[in-house]
Design a protein around this ligand. Sequence first.
Ligand SMILES: Cc1cc2nc3c(=O)[nH]c(=O)nc-3n(C[C@H](O)[C@H](O)[C@H](O)COP(=O)(O)OP(=O)(O)OC[C@H]3O[C@@H](n4cnc5c(N)ncnc54)[C@H](O)[C@@H]3O)c2cc1C
Length: 453
Amino acid sequence: MSSRRQFIKTSVLAGAGVLVGTSAFSNIFISRKPKVIIIGAGFAGLAAANYLHKKKIDFVILEARNRISGRVFSHTMDNSDGLVVELGAEWVGNSHERVQNLCNDFGLALEDNQFESDLIYTGKHAKAFEWGYTPEWEAKFEAIKANYTKLTHADKLRLDKMDWWRFLVNNGCTGLDLELRELLDSTDFGESIRHVSAFAALAEYAESSDKNEMDCKIKGGNSQLAYKIAAEIGRDKILLQHAVSKVVQTKAGVTVYCNNGKQFTGDKIICTAPTFAVKKINWQPGLPAEQVNALNELQYARINKNPLLFSERFWQRENFDLITDQTPHYFYHATKNQHNQKGVLLSYTIGDKAAVVANQTDAWRAQTVQQTLQPFFGDVQKLLLGQTNYYWGHDEYSQGAYALYGVGQWFRLRPILNRPHMHTHFAGEHLADWQGFMEGAINTGEEAGEQIS
Ligand SMILES: Cc1cc2nc3c(=O)[nH]c(=O)nc-3n(C[C@H](O)[C@H](O)[C@H](O)COP(=O)(O)OP(=O)(O)OC[C@H]3O[C@@H](n4cnc5c(N)ncnc54)[C@H](O)[C@@H]3O)c2cc1C
């Protein structure tokens, strides 16, 4: 598999040791393990900490929220029955080796979370396997994906200069095929594919598992992995409600200031905050202008998750999901494998739809879901027991679900954002090969840990 980016290992050892300055010892470099301050207790920060813990390097994690796990956010919908849904990351992909290995290490079970999709389009309902792309487009797309490994770097740069919608059109995708790709692919990226780099999209589809990494889920909720890592590294190493507001770096080391008045000194920082939050930190000295521009340029996808608890699973299939051209956009059965009469169907909206749905009342959302489903599934509103709603576009720290690399941004912005700033290394899904995934967050956290050790 050809990788989306080449990870550049930067020499970061300056400051990680003490040079003994007498002539007799001038060539002796006495190793002193650095004390590391990790910003953020999402999967990147926890993975970095786990790496340092194994290397016996001292660290502390400063987390702004009053919980760990960041954009992996398992939520109990129904306390009496313990039904758990994901307000953030849902799927662990079959290709996501580090997540799978960590689950294995910590004794966490991965459960099948694959779905077969129904479609509601132009007022008609087609059941799974009764709709799809034309055979011509299917064959063409397979050929495009197969060709991906043959692309030169110059080809990839050219691809990055156009959006995914345009790329599809240029490759003969038209009519219903194009409409379906817009509905499905926009769901993956969290905004219309007219905003997505064609390179980022093709790389994702060409490198992913058959179900596009929508394969499994951690039993009991994906946050279980965060809790296990936290227990392994020591909960006392994670300080919640410690939002970093200022970072001062000198030759001698770093001092990190939090909103609550606490301050910490160390040798190195691993900053795993999403770009919006990175930008809000007062960096002294300031981040280079190029990096600030890149932080300003990168957008994050708007995703709204609206889990709806029903008294019965009227959708009948455990592996039910449904793509629609209506306001609730995409539904999936969020309590698959959780045996109960009740069940949660989650409405997953993206882009402008997400922003609209997020700003309405529960009653409006229930009514809109009813409007979409009632013609095909009957009066579902009478089965509705409750709902919750989380809009990532309003999330205080990320202002979006995950990074959205637009036209011309993948090769230009990502390396700039990934550059260390003095003693600070950056990590997080936005910098990952598996960008937008838990796997990517873990990869970058471990890579940052490796660079420091
Ligand atoms: C709706 C949605 C759906 C998704 N679906 C999937 C999926 O199906 N599969 C998948 O693999 N991935 C999915 N993802 C992506 C996945 O959740 C992320 O890639 C991953 O969790 C990002 O981890 P991270 O550590 O990079 O960032 P985060 O989880 O955001 O962690 C960063 C942490 O830094 C903290 N922080 C920010 N600023 C500061 C500060 N100043 N001081 C201290 N702490 C700070 C934040 O509070 C946060 O806890 C989804 C995400 C969302 C939101």
